[in-house]
Design a protein around this ligand. Structure first.
Ligand SMILES: [Zn+2]
Length: 239
């Protein structure tokens, strides 16, 4: 066993210990909160299937769109419950755009989502590493790459103008999606945003860590498109 693997096994063991601790704490919390009409479940995502995790995300978005948000897991009991360990059921790679706050859009709370937000939702090495951690170590069962309507980063890439500072690094990461969607019929920006979701999901799937989890049926990588006007997330088919 090389030192890297050993390190991983140790951290894995530690994280399992944390999980066991969290479940114990959760049971106590549930007992203490027995007077609540509908006590929230303890951290129980460990045995969730990828399909169930995806359904949970989409159900949350439906509540958001229907203006029936439950704002789950946002009380102080939940904050203390997850203070020592986390077991998010989903990972999100979304745009940094101020109009896409993941927990609101999917009607979730503390400890539910492991979120990476970066302009243009690009899968750079730092994002890939973070999402490998969120899925392999923390056990999230679904990873959704979410692009959105009128994305500024994709718009800038289409325009192809000179940009200052490090903004060009984002544009370089998005450019192949703009190229591949160029001749599609319909709205060129929407097409490019969706092509970018597919491109970034593909980059994530090239991670040996992520592809192994998919192979073992422990993870699903999916794409989404967020409509700024309605709040709806629709699925973007990711090959
Ligand atoms: Zn954006």
């Amino acid at each position: 066993m090389n030192s890297k693997n050993r390190q991983f096994n140790l951290s894995r063991r530690n994280s399992l210990k944390f999980v066991a601790g969290a479940i114990g704490t959760g049971i106590l919390a549930a007992r203490a909160g027995a007077d609540l009409a509908a006590p929230e479940p303890v951290i129980a995502q460990n045995d969730m299937t990828p399909d169930a995790a995806l359904q949970k995300l989409m159900d949350g978005n439906k509540r958001f769109v229907d203006r029936k948000r439950q704002n789950p897991h946002q009380d102080f009991g939940r904050i203390t419950e997850v203070a020592k360990s986390q077991k998010p059921f989903a990972c999100i790679l979304g745009c940094a755009d101020s109009r896409f706050p993941s927990e609101f859009v999917f009607d979730q709370g503390f400890g539910d989502l492991f979120v990476c937000r970066v302009a243009g939702n690009v899968a750079t090495p730092e994002e890939i590493g973070s999402l490998e951690f969120g899925t392999l170590v923390l056990g999230a069962k679904v990873l959704m790459v979410v692009g959105h309507e009128r994305c500024g980063a994709v718009t800038a890439t289409i325009k192809g103008e000179q940009v200052p500072g490090q903004i060009g690094s984002l544009i370089d990461a998005i450019k192949p999606a703009v190229e591949s969607s160029k001749n599609q019929p319909g709205d060129s920006l929407e097409n490019a945003v969706k092509a970018n979701v597919i491109l970034q999901a593909k980059r994530l799937k090239e991670s040996p860590v992520i592809s192994k989890l998919i192979e073992e049926k422990k993870l699903k990588v999916v794409g989404g498109y967020y409509d700024l006007d309605t709040g709806t997330v629709t699925m973007v088919s990711v090959p």
